[in-house]
Each structure stands twice: as structure tokens, then as C-alpha cells.
Design a protein around this ligand. Structure first.
Ligand code: HAM
Length: 422
């Protein structure tokens, strides 16, 4: 039968790599705990409405990239293309605004976007993200921005630049919108069909169109930073001040508008120049009042999401090694039925007390078992035959340095292994 392959733009994370993912995830979870963030898990699919309202009707994500389908009950549902909209929905629906504020939430999720796959861009990908509700103060912005910064620092990663911008409030953007329409109107014919439509509906979206020609037309477009009202300007200055106090370097890039509609005021991206065109490892910003779009009262919100595949690529590129746990402390090689039973008994005892102990499951020769122990990276091996059973002692071999030590079977404990396997 013909082989069946994985869908385009998806990838398998194989056992040889999943340990690395888990180590990175453990560091992230610890960082979130230090900042007081708790995990939220929301459905992989939502009513399509959640993303249309949340992410915005004129965004690339909603117009071109969603995996939307009708379920058997005739409802339109969509695989989440991002985490924020569903979390805002959950925040409102579950009344989290009644609990201690700010609500500090984090997530590690799979997302789905029908995009053209390339390095660092997939159709199924993973995000680590955080969302913070209830705090409008610029110190919240700087604190949220400091999290990816700390993460990169913790894993010893350099070469990632932070770019920040403010896209103001509704009033700032209304004035900016007029300026953009006047600017793009001159070149209307050159814009791609989608952007010609966007010109009336949402001209800011033209600024993040992926088409080469639209990008060229947009080069001299007016900058949002010239249209900020005094309040938004002061907010942005305070965010920068706090980042300075935290010792976090950044560049103000007035061209960062982000590709989703819910943002206002602070937006930011962490960008690596090490992994090619898809260098934005992390992006986020403020989305005050988005709760109202889901029938809730107005609440400020701010967050970010990090593309995990991109983050893993950057780590790999930079040669960052994260200390791996040992997969197997002891591989037992029993000879004969009696020894197999003893191996099973010993393994149960040692596993109970926390060791990682394995034995052969394929009735292989001693030589083949040794080879297997080596391939799985067992720290120690021990051959258990009739003479060992009679003597009540076994010789344990340290695979790394070849040291051997005889130990009584009833003295073979997790503590002993820990000392010997080092
Ligand atoms: P986003 O910029 O659309 O923002 O995505 C965040 C990150 O997800 C990107 O910077 C990138 O690293 C990764 N990413 C996006 N699309 C793909 C893809 N097709 N393949 C691989 N990685 C990808 C959001 O999703 C917002 N929800 C972030 C946010 C949270 N803003 C406030 N709170």
C-alpha cells in the first residue's frame, strides 16, 4: 500500500527531539511561576465568530489562513489560529474578572494557520503565550515584555533584538487612518486586490501585507508615532522608562503594527537575524477593551505569544545545549528465567524509589542487550546470572568510565545507584 505522509506544513516531534522541547517547556513553566502566571487551557477549536470578532475581519489570519469547517451539527467552527481570542472569550465567559486582578494566564498550545510553509512557518505550530488582564499601567507592559527577555537570557541566548512601538488609541488611529488613506489613494492601482479592499475598511492592514509590491508602496507611508495623542504618548514614554530601569535594550520601530486587529498602544516583537525570513520569534501587545467584543465589561489586557518552532530553531542555530536528564540509570541483563524474575523484582523496587531502570523485552543475547543499553544511553548495566543469584551480589558497570563495583542485591538502592552512576 502507498505510504501516507503527514499533511504539508505539519511536523512530527520525534522522541530524539521531544526531550529538548520538554526541557524548554520546563524552563518556561518555571519562569511563568516566578512571575505569578497560571496555565489556562482552552479548546483547540472555537466558534468561528470568536476569531472573526477577536482577530478582525480584515486580517490575513481571518481572510486567508483559518481552518474553518462546518461540524456535523451545521455550526461553523475554526481551529484556533492563535491563543488570545479564545482566552479573552474564556476570561469573560468564566467571570475571571471577579477573581484577583490582574489575571495572569499562560498557555502552551498548538495553533493552525493555512499559510505557505517555509522555514519557521508551518500550518500547525506551537505557541507559548501569556495574557494579563486588568492592568492598564505601563509597568504591566514593561513587565510582560521582560518575560521573553528573561527567558532568552536564562537559556543563554543572545542576538535577539526587541522592537517596540505604540499604535495609540482609537482616536490616534482615526487621525492616522485619514493620513494613510490619503497616502495610499495615490497608488491605489498598484496595491494587491486585498489591499485595495483594505484601503476603505482598514488601511493599517496594508502595512503588514506580505506582497512585495504593497510593501514597496508602503515604504514612505506616514508613521503612527506622529499621530499619538498626549495620553498615549505619555503611556509609551513610561513603558520605555520602565524598560530602561529594567536594563532591557530596545529599538523603537514605528513600522511595527502587528497583523491582528485587537491591538492598541504598546506593540512589540522579538526578532532574531539567525533563522532567515521568519525571524520574529515572539510578538505581542496591549488589547484594552477586547473583553467588550465578547460581551464583557471593559478590561485592559496585554500579552504576547512566542513561536516555539522558531524558538527551537534559534536555540539550535546558536548551539545552546540544555542539560539533559538521564534516560536510564540502570539496564539489567538477566540470564535465565530465575534471573529474569529477580530483575523484574529489583526493577519494581528501584522504580518505586525513583530510579529509571529497564530490562530487555525481546529475549536478546547478552551482546545485543549491551548494545541496546548503549544506544539508549543507560548510565549503568548489570549482568544477572545464576552465580550472581547464588552469591546475592551483582557487578554494576558504569558505562561512561568503565568502573565496576560489586554490590549486594539487597544493598542495590536508588541512593547507591545515584552515587555510582554519576
Ligand atoms: P502572532 O504575531 O500572530 O501573534 O504570532 C506570535 C508568534 O507565533 C509569531 O511571532 C511567530 O513566532 C509564531 N507564528 C505565527 N505564525 C506562525 C506559523 N505559521 N508558523 C510558525 N510560527 C508562527 C499572536 O498570535 C498573538 N495572539 C500574540 C499575542 C498574545 N498578542 C497579545 N497576546
Amino acid at each position: 500500500m502507498a505510504q501516507v505522509t503527514a499533511p504539508k506544513g505539519t511536523q512530527d516531534i520525534l522522541p530524539k527531539d521531544s526531550g529538548r522541547w520538554q526541557r524548554v517547556e520546563a524552563i518556561i513553566r518555571e519562569l511563568c511561576a516566578q512571575y505569578g502566571f497560571k496555565e489556562i487551557r482552552t479548546p483547540v477549536f472555537e466558534h468561528t465568530e470568536v476569531f472573526v470578532r477577536g482577530v478582525g475581519e480584515t486580517t490575513d489570519v481571518v481572510t486567508k489562513e483559518m481552518y474553518t469547517f462546518e461540524d456535523k451539527g451545521g455550526r461553523s467552527v475554526t481551529l484556533r489560529p492563535e491563543g488570545t481570542a479564545g482566552i479573552v472569550r474564556a476570561f469573560v465567559e468564566n467571570g475571571l474578572f471577579n477573581e484577583a486582578l490582574p489575571a495572569k494566564l499562560y498557555y502552551m498550545i498548538q495553533c493552525f494557520r493555512y499559510e505557505k510553509p517555509q522555514k519557521g512557518r508551518l500550518r500547525e505550530f506551537h505557541q507559548f503565550g501569556i495574557e494579563l488582564f486588568g492592568a492598564a499601567d505601563p509597568i504591566a507592559d514593561a513587565t510582560v515584555i521582560s518575560m521573553p527577555y528573561r527567558l532568552f537570557k536564562r537559556v543563554g541566548l543572545g542576538g535577539i533584538s526587541l522592537q517596540i512601538n505604540s499604535i495609540g488609541c482609537r482616536e490616534c488611529r482615526a487621525r492616522y487612518r485619514e493620513a494613510l488613506i490619503a497616502y495610499f489613494e495615490k497608488d491605489r492601482e498598484r496595491l494587491c486586490p486585498t489591499c485595495q479592499e483594505r484601503l476603505e475598511k482598514n488601511p493599517m492592514r496594508i502595512l503588514d501585507c506580505k506582497s512585495e509590491i504593497c510593501r514597496r508602496v508602503a515604504e514612505q507611508a506616514p508613521l503612527i508615532t506622529d499621530y499619538l495623542c498626549p495620553d498615549c504618548d505619555a503611556h509609551f514614554s513610561a513603558v520605555k522608562k520602565y524598560l530602561d530601569v529594567m536594563g532591557i535594550a530596545y529599538q523603537v520601530n514605528p513600522r511595527i503594527v502587528r497583523g491582528l486587529d485587537y491591538y492598541n498602544r504598546t506593540v512589540f516583537e522579538f526578532i532574531s537575524d539567525q533563522i532567515g525570513a521568519q525571524g520574529t520569534v515572539c510578538g505581542g501587545g496591549r488589547y484594552d477593551g477586547m473583553t467588550e467584543q465578547f460581551g464583557g465589561g471593559p478590561q485592559p489586557g496585554i500579552g504576547f505569544a512566542m513561536g516555539m518552532e522558531r524558538f527551537m530553531l534559534v536555540l539550535e542555530q546558536a548551539g545552546v545545549e540544555l542539560p539533559a536528564e538521564r534516560d536510564c540509570d540502570l539496564f539489567l541483563i538477566p540470564l535465565g528465567e530465575r534471573a529474569v524474575q529477580e530483575a523484574v523484582r529489583l526493577t519494581a523496587l528501584l522504580t518505586e524509589s525513583g530510579s529509571r531502570v529497564q530490562y530487555d523485552l525481546m529475549a536478546r543475547s547478552v551482546k545485543a542487550q549491551m548494545k541496546y543499553a548503549d544506544r539508549i544511553g543507560a548510565a549503568c548495566t548489570a549482568v544477572l546470572g545464576d552465580s550472581e543469584l547464588e552469591e546475592g551480589a551483582v557487578v554494576v558497570k558504569n558505562m561512561a568510565d568503565g568502573r565496576q563495583e560489586k554490590v549486594a542485591l539487597d544493598a542495590l538502592s536508588s541512593k547507591w545507584l545515584e552515587g555510582f552512576c554519576k
